[in-house]
Design a protein around this ligand. Structure first.
Ligand SMILES: [Zn+2]
Length: 255
């Protein structure tokens, strides 16, 4: 079990050392652009890193949508991201579950996910579906929908990333989320460990530093003790605040 943070991708090793983490997550292209990542110049450095490295795919990606104009570039960008992530031995590429939009048929979204995973299969990269906080037609917001998605894609090279801010704001009680995810995939691949600025089921995705937000501390502590997997903080306010968040987790692991 490794603990780390989402950090800038430039000088990543120094960045994570300064936060005292032993795993990290990076973007390898702009998170708000449709541009594919370039090959990394620091492949050797990243390959030599002794902890797992995770790559977060751009936010624009929505592989579930029935809209061709978004789904096709989403698949391409996901595949290009998986290829570059594979070049330095990343452990997984994290992608938000996406949605089928207003009035969309959610079962089409599950099938689109299957097609996207089959499209990237030959990169060998494991894709981690991350649960999301908002939207009524989101594929990976509510537990029953995540379960139905898994019926369709669970046999492929895919795992789950549980974001504690998203489960909370999305309306899955934290402890239920950990239990439900574990039941579905046996081992949760990754925890995005964030507090939330907003209330339960607020549908808002605003991360907060640990212990400073609205998620009850006992619920966060439950995740630390029971998730039994790598933990990445995606918390705000810079390197020092993230270093404190990592220390916050380590203190509770020892208790
Ligand atoms: Zn996240």
């Amino acid at each position: 079990m490794n603990i780390g943070a989402h950090i800038p991708s430039k000088n990543a090793i120094e960045e994570i050392k300064s936060r005292k983490g032993d795993t990290f997550q990076i973007f390898i292209s702009s998170p708000q652009m449709w541009k594919s990542p370039k090959p990394r110049e620091d492949v050797d450095v990243l390959q030599d890193y002794d902890g797992p490295i995770y790559v977060h795919a751009p936010y624009l990606i929505n592989v579930a949508t029935p809209n061709n104009k978004v789904r096709h570039p989403s698949r391409k960008l996901l595949k290009d991201t998986c290829k570059v992530a594979a070049s330095f031995g990343a452990k997984g590429v994290i992608v938000h579950g996406g949605s089928v939009g207003e009035g969309g048929d959610i079962s089409v979204g599950y099938d689109n996910w299957r097609k996207a995973l089959e499209h990237v299969e030959d990169t060998g990269m494991r894709v981690l579906v991350e649960n999301t906080a908002g939207g009524k037609n989101s594929v990976a917001r509510y537990m029953d929908s995540i379960e139905r998605l898994w019926d369709v894609i669970g046999h492929l090279n895919v795992g789950l990333c549980l974001d504690t801010c998203h489960t909370w704001a999305g309306g899955i009680p934290t402890i239920d989320a950990v239990k439900g995810f574990k039941k579905l995939v046996k081992k949760i691949d990754l925890i995005h460990f964030n507090d939330s600025k907003d209330g339960f089921e607020s549908s808002r995705d605003r991360h907060e530093n640990l212990g400073k937000g609205k998620i009850p501390k006992e619920e966060l502590e439950y995740v630390i003790k029971n998730a039994k997997t790598d933990i990445i903080v995606e918390t705000p306010n810079g390197p020092d605040a993230q270093k404190k968040d990592i220390a916050w987790i380590r203190r509770r692991l020892k208790k």
